[in-house]
Each structure stands twice: as C-alpha cells, then as structure tokens.
Design a protein around this ligand. Structure first.
Ligand SMILES: [Zn+2]
Ligand SMILES: [Zn+2]
Length: 152
C-alpha cells in the first residue's frame, strides 16, 4: 500500500515539472475511480481510499494518467492526443483504471427536474426527453446537457 504523504510529494513534483503554478493536488473520497482532473478548479486528485490500498506503482501510474489529462486538455478525452502525452510521461496503463465506471468517463452530463442520471459519450444532437420525468409528468420533459469539465 502506498504512503499518502509520499503520494502527495510525487504529485506536487509532477505538477511542478509538467504543469504551471495554477494547478494543485489533493486527495478525494471517490470509491469508484482512481483519479480525477478538474479543468475548472485546475486540480488533480487521487482517491484516498484506493491510494491507501494500492501499490506505489499503481498510484504513480494514476498520477501520470491525470497529468496527461491536464496537459492534453478536456477535448482530448482518452483519444490519440491524450494517449501520446500519457506515453511520453511514462504511463503504461490503459485508458481507464480498474474500478472506473463508464459514466465517469462520459463527456456530457444531463440534468432533468427529477434529478435522474443522464450521461453521453458524444455531444447530444437535438432534444432528449427524460423518460422517467416524462412518464411521471405525462408531457415531454427535456434533458439539459452540459459538457463535463473533468476527466477521470
Ligand atoms: Zn428525470
Ligand atoms: Zn482518464
């Protein structure tokens, strides 16, 4: 298992080396994904729960995965630009981490009055109804889409 203080030291060193001063590192409480890059807050975080259970190498790889997201930008997703950047940093893993769920990689999130979960990997075209809200209200209730500003 990795020592959390050491993880923080690595993370801050990687940020200093590859990103600018505006970026910070922190731990988060996620249980279903390893790391997160928040482009709005300019913050990279790693799950405290997973970091404490994983080996050093796995945590280090997670950090490289996230630094590559920060460098490649939100539009890159896990596409060629991100993959190239990640390889250059020394990332040898796949596009996702163990335990990462699909909805956390989706680029678009939708909201509806009923608070149901809506995610899409591609930009929504046209109008989408929330089926649950629509059937409860007996009229068409639309989903409002927003581009997700984070990458996991
Ligand atoms: Zn709904
Ligand atoms: Zn990712």
């Amino acid at each position: 298992m990795a020592d959390l203080e050491r993880v923080r030291v690595w993370a801050e060193a990687l940020i200093r080396l590859h990103l600018d001063d505006g970026w910070t590192f922190g731990f988060d409480r996620a249980v279903k994904r390893a790391g997160l890059t928040d482009y709005t807050a300019r913050r990279i975080s790693v799950s405290k729960h997973l970091a404490a259970r994983w080996e050093d190498d796995d945590v280090h790889q997670t950090l490289l995965h996230e630094v590559a997201h920060a460098l490649a930008g939100p539009a890159a997703g896990h596409g060629p630009r991100w993959q190239r950047t990640a390889r250059e940093l020394g990332y040898v893993g796949g596009r996702t981490h163990r335990g990462e769920i699909a909805s956390e990689r989706a680029g678009w999130v939708g909201s509806c009055p009923g608070g149901h979960e809506h995610v899409r990997f591609r930009a929504p075209r046209g109008r989408y109804a929330c089926r649950a809200c629509t059937s409860a209200a007996r009229r068409l209730v639309e989903i409002r889409w927003q581009r997700r500003a984070t990458a996991a």
